[in-house]
Design a protein around this ligand. Structure first.
Ligand SMILES: [Zn+2]
Length: 438
């Protein structure tokens, strides 16, 4: 099985588990940093590894427009392209497309939209969104859904939810028919940088063959490279592989529950999505402008309708205190742009509350940003220096601020997992980390 999920411990509703993906085993609950354009903004991949990021997100819409899924595939897929050896999840592109407002047109077949880059016209359907995600080659990919706007009346939310269900069925059908086309479906299909560089020296065709392998080529190359003699087809560029799938594996396609802010529609959406059948279920369409209490209410009621033995992914949420709260409700996976985006605006999350580093009061403050944080920023630099970098608009400010915020989020989730393992799930709700600093 490509993406097996095992729950090790449960404490009330919270669960401590392991999700096995083709490129990494992930401890859950997990926070996933967002790497929109094949980069978590301002952070090099080795730093992400050092911070303990287990899985990161890529955005299909952005990568489809630039550099293009064909380019990424020619470069060996998203892992190889961005040199990230751990797990990756791509969204379906739906959320970004629906954020375009006047630039899009929706019908049963799919969505026509205009690029925010150059105004060119494009079309996403469940099938083409699956194709793009298979070509990008993340470990986990998402069904194409319609993210219902807020507010929406019941008729609109119902129609949107029903279309998402039909699109989920089409997404699954296409995925099942094409899932073996992912580059790393067979381990011998994964070209290493060394192999590619050797190929560039004199055998460019070999790279093209490996990188663009069609299903027939993949099945003929399914046996381990070591079992073939060098002269056999498919052996030339595949004698070394990166730390990746050891046997024939595929991506995992997650279903998405929609239904707006209506509990009944959410229940119906969950039932219909489960009936189609996915290895995991996401809750989408939240954090779209609704009050936070309503987000929590919808999450809690939707979780009741999701199978307890499958991973549950809450999309696009939230503050440090919210990710703790949702983990305690039984959410296994979360992602949010907040830690990285806020960092670039000088808003930092600490164990003592939020810090707006631009404020003049930090101009001569020699203390570390967060005395309880073990990250390399808090170990080395003062608030005064961070404030100076930010005020001077130095590039380093973005890097250091993002390192700290991501460290704080990943550390928070590490503490959540530790608390669940010790049976202290109520304790991690007691800290209000995001309260304003006095
Ligand atoms: Zn720190």
């Amino acid at each position: 099985m490509s993406n097996a999920f095992r729950i090790d411990t449960t404490r009330r509703k919270a669960r401590l588990g392991r999700l096995l993906t083709p490129h990494a085993e992930i401890e859950t609950p997990v926070f996933m940093p967002v790497g929109t354009q094949a980069t978590v903004k301002a952070i090099p991949q080795d730093t992400l590894e050092e911070l303990g990021a287990q899985i990161i997100l890529g955005n299909t819409y952005h990568l489809y427009l630039r550099p293009g899924v064909e380019t990424v595939r020619r470069m060996g897929g998203l892992h190889e392209f961005m040199s990230w050896r751990r797990a990756i999840l791509t969204d379906s592109g739906g959320f970004q497309v629906f954020s375009l407002n006047e630039l899009r047109k929706v019908n049963e077949e799919g969505v026509t939209f205009r690029s925010h880059l150059d105004g060119s016209s494009h079309f996403f359907s469940p099938e083409s969104a699956m194709e793009a995600q298979i070509w990008l080659g993340a470990d986990i990919i998402m069904a194409f859904d319609e993210c219902t706007e807020f507010p929406a009346d019941r008729a609109r939310a119902r129609a949107s939810m029903q279309m998402t269900a039909r699109w989920a069925a089409r997404s699954k059908k296409y995925f099942e028919e094409h899932k073996h086309e992912v580059l790393w479906s067979a381990p011998s299909q994964i070209p290493t940088l060394a192999a590619k560089s050797a190929a560039r020296m004199g055998h460019p065709d070999h790279v093209g063959t490996a990188a663009l392998g069609c299903p027939a080529e993949q099945s003929s190359a399914a046996a381990p490279a070591s079992s073939r003699s060098p002269g056999q087809p498919g052996a030339a560029v595949t004698t070394q592989t990166i730390a990746a799938p050891q046997s024939e594996q595929t991506q995992s396609l997650f279903g998405i529950v929609q239904g707006g802010m209506d509990r009944e529609l959410r229940k119906e959406s969950a039932e219909r999505t489960i009936e189609i059948g996915f290895p995991a279920y996401a809750i989408g369409g939240l954090s779209v402008g609704e009050p936070r209490e309503l987000t929590r209410e919808i999450v809690e009621s939707t979780l009741e309708h999701l199978p307890s033995d499958k991973p549950r992914y809450l999309m696009g949420v939230g503050t440090p205190e919210e990710i703790v709260e949702y983990a305690s409700l039984g959410v296994d996976m979360m992602d949010c742009v907040l830690p990285t985006r806020a960092a670039r605006h000088g808003l930092l999350f600490t164990s003592e509350g939020k810090v707006s580093i631009k404020q003049a009061r930090y101009a001569q403050d020699p203390a570390p940003l967060d005395p309880n944080c073990g990250c390399r920023v808090c170990q080395r630099y003062s608030r005064a220096y961070l404030r100076h970098l930010y005020a001077s608009n130095e590039v380093l400010a973005q890097l250091l601020n993002t390192v700290h915020n991501l460290s704080f989020y990943l550390d928070t989730m590490r503490r959540v997992r530790h608390s669940i393992s010790l049976g202290e799930e109520s304790r991690f709700l007691s800290g209000l980390w995001s309260r304003p600093k006095p």
